[in-house]
Design a protein around this ligand. Structure first.
Ligand SMILES: Cc1cc2nc3c(=O)[nH]c(=O)nc-3n(C[C@H](O)[C@H](O)[C@H](O)COP(=O)(O)O)c2cc1C
Length: 189
């Protein structure tokens, strides 16, 4: 699968098959995360790989983020002190986000499903359960597994579409500008 296919095929999977995934496959997608760009190449991220079902259930107890029954969950953390800050912009989130996106795309290329769960309402208890040291922040939890539903079929189903929210994207003309803000970007022939 080339990079454009992976980008287009990646989608948030919210149902998973119980089939397990090997440590080798997990290591392969983590390797993709490893090569992400980061502030001064500080690589401020830390990933905790969880296969232990009871631990996963505890993690999602009382959370507004959903427990999707995946065989593996990856808790993505980042150390703000190991990244930069500029005029109120914290780059640790950008660092770990680029690593996460690499991981999501690599997982797609491997036929795996993922979902970026950012609705983490009980970070402190997650930190305690997983013994995550201060000052690390928990940025996302990513279920990883073989998706239980066929993506192409799902996108054809109107009702399911409503449930999984609208996956449409803005047109390039809505967010791309040529030379200065407001000048419409268009392809010159
Ligand atoms: C920062 C961030 C936080 C997100 N949090 C959640 C979440 O808590 N629960 C969830 O089901 N999806 C979550 N998502 C997934 C988005 O809903 C999803 O990416 C978006 O609707 C586009 O759909 P797609 O991923 O299938 O292209 C999150 C995505 C991002 C980037």
């Amino acid at each position: 699968m080339d990079i454009y296919q992976a980008v287009l095929n990646r989608h948030s999977a919210r149902r998973f098959k119980p089939d397990n995934i090997t440590d080798e496959l997990i290591a392969k997608v983590l390797e993709a995360a490893r090569w992400a760009p980061s502030w001064r190449n500080n690589q401020c991220w830390q990933f905790i790989i969880i296969r232990d079902k009871p631990v996963i259930e505890i993690l999602f107890k009382g959370s507004s983020g959903k427990f999707f029954n995946a065989p593996v969950y990856i808790v993505a953390c980042a150390d703000p002190t190991k990244s930069g800050k500029r005029e109120g912009i914290d780059y640790y989130i950008a660092d770990v986000a680029s690593a996460i996106e690499n991981l999501l795309l690599a997982a797609t290329a491997e036929g795996l499903g993922t979902c970026w769960i950012g609705a983490i309402s009980h970070e402190e208890s997650i930190r305690q359960i997983l013994e995550i040291p201060s000052p690390l922040r928990v940025v996302a939890i990513i279920p990883l597994g073989f998706p239980a539903e066929d993506f192409a079929a799902r996108t054809r189903n109107f009702v399911t579409n409503l449930i999984i929210r609208n996956r449409s994207r803005k047109e390039l003309s809505e967010f791309c500008h040529m030379n200065k803000f407001g000048n419409r970007f268009s392809i010159r022939t």
